[in-house]
Structures are given as C-alpha cells and as structure tokens.
Design a protein around this ligand. Structure first.
Ligand SMILES: [Zn+2]
Length: 100
C-alpha cells in the first residue's frame, strides 16, 4: 500500500517498494538480534485513522497522533527499562525452541 506522511514540514511518499525494502531491512535486524540474544527496541505510535480508510493519502501527523512513543522490545514484547536493556533478551525462549 502506498501512503503519504505529512506534517510540520515533513512530507514523504512511500511506495509499496519502499515498504518492502524497509521490511526486508527490519527482518535482517531481527535475525541479527536473535543471534546475539539482543533486544530489538522499537517505538510504537498510535494514530487515529478515518474509517473507511481513504484510498490514498493516509495522513499521519500531529493532528491524529493519539499515543506514543511507547518503547519496547519487538522480540520479548516487554517495555524498555535500563535494567532490561542491560540483560539478554529472553523473548522467544518460552514460546519457541532456540533457533540460531
Ligand atoms: Zn527483548
């Protein structure tokens, strides 16, 4: 899905190819984090979006930003803390066999 990010001097059009490249890069970062038992910290923002979604030009800006950033580990799904950041990620061990 193509989308457009605008707001406060920012305007960025993202194509499906941009999204695919970004997801590929993220999957490599995820693979490397799992190999090192590292957390993979992400920030989540919540935007209010209109329904039905418009066919194009989905706006993500300060006008519809509702929450975030919420920082946590993508792998273990735990919120960030200095203490947790200094320990190995234990995320998937209880859910899946260790794959290295
Ligand atoms: Zn983690």
């Amino acid at each position: 899905m193509d989308m457009e990010i605008t707001g406060q001097g920012i305007r960025q059009r993202q194509t499906a190819a941009d999204t695919a490249a970004r997801e590929e890069r993220f999957m490599e970062e995820l693979r490397l984090a799992r190999l090192g038992d590292d957390h993979l910290w992400i920030a989540v923002f919540g935007y209010r979006v209109p329904m039905p979604m418009p066919a194009e030009d989905v706006m993500f800006d300060i006008e519809n930003l509702r929450t975030g950033p919420i920082v946590g580990c993508y792998i273990c799904e735990q919120p960030y803390s200095d203490r947790r950041a200094n320990r190995a990620c234990q995320g998937e061990r209880w859910r899946h066999p260790i794959r290295k």
